[in-house]
Design a binder for this molecule. Structure first.
Ligand code: NCD
Length: 312
């Protein structure tokens, strides 16, 4: 069970076997996390630094908990996005951190490609916790684990990814992962929020929610990511909810056993009706958060095994 690369920067370079291996290991950590005693020494002696140049609640908490449960020394650097001047400053920060000999560096950054750049400058393993609208690999992996547990498989499913696709690294990483595992992916949203060239990613595209949800096994909702929009992409939130918000009537078009997902943070009444989000028979949103810790434990465990191979 291993990953070929030194870093986890995106889903793009992963092979289907690596994805399956990581998810299988994560299953073991799901069981561990449900025990009262959750501590392991897998990462004992290693130093993990979390560097978030962008706001985060669940991803940062989840990486921190994952590292602590595996016995790493974990440090959180809260970096104010506004104080970051791209390019040189990022590299200077990276070099300074590198001098402190971390083993695992978890990075979130508002610019696409920034985490890859940083990974080229440091000696440790880098995990991408989201870079701009590019990739968010651990999110796609935790989504995959959630889907696999609910549907008992991770292939030949119809998955509708709905809403602000254009600004979403979650959508991008999910499209890549679900495509590698041979699923049918549909992107659903207004034309302004579907990226140009989406069809080249091997997905179906529709601007009509009811058509997009028809027969879906999985309905994945996304937040309107206003921090990445310059100008108005939607007429009004009310209008948006009317056409693209997930409510019971629209969900009725999906399969009877379809699950509802959302990476969080959720805007109730904008992209999703609160009643659907809270419906324990349909919504797996809390399960996604639980899987997040397990997937991050598995990712760090596998990358740490490669560190050992390199040094000795
Ligand atoms: C997502 C992100 O940061 O890309 N959130 C997350 O990691 N759980 C999605 C979002 O911010 O809407």
């Amino acid at each position: 069970m291993s990953l070929r690369g030194r870093h986890l920067l995106g889903i793009e370079p992963l092979l289907p076997d690596e994805i399956v291996a990581l998810l299988d290991l994560a299953e073991e950590y799901v069981s561990l996390n449900r025990q009262p005693q959750k501590h392991r020494e897998t990462l004992a002696g290693l130093t993990q630094i979390n560097m978030f140049f962008e706001n985060s609640t669940r991803t940062q908490a989840s990486f921190e908990l994952a590292g602590k449960r595996l016995g790493a020394d974990v440090m959180n650097m809260a970096v104010e996005a506004s104080s970051v001047k791209k390019g040189e400053t990022l590299i200077d920060t990276a070099m300074a951190l590198n001098a402190m000999h971390p083993d695992l560096l978890v990075v979130r950054h508002p610019h696409s490609g920034a985490v890859d750049l940083l990974a080229q400058k440091v000696a440790c393993a880098v995990l991408n916790a989201g870079d701009g609208r590019h990739e968010h690999p651990t999110q796609a992996l935790l989504d995959a684990l959630t889907i696999r547990r609910a549907k008992k498989r991770l292939h030949r499913l119809t998955i509708a990814i709905c809403g602000d696709i254009a600004h979403s690294r979650v959508a991008r990483s999910n499209i890549l992962l679900l495509g590698k595992m041979e699923n049918r992916v549909r992107l659903v949203g207004p034309p302004t929020l579907i990226p140009a060239g989406a069809a080249e990613l091997g997905v179906e595209v529709t601007h009509d929610m009811e058509a997009g949800l028809a027969g879906a096994d999985v309905v994945m909702m996304l937040r309107l990511q206003r921090e990445r929009m310059d100008g108005g992409f939607v007429p009004s939130e009310r209008e948006y909810f009317h056409r693209y918000g997930l409510d019971a009537a629209k969900l009725a078009r999906a399969r009877d056993d379809a699950i509802v997902m959302h990476p969080g943070p959720m805007n109730r009444g904008v992209e999703i009706d609160g009643t659907i989000a809270d419906d324990i028979n349909r919504s797996v949103i809390q399960e996604q958060v639980e899987m997040g810790v397990a997937v991050r434990m598995a990712a760090m465990d596998l990358l740490a095994r490669n560190l050992e191979t390199q040094t000795g």
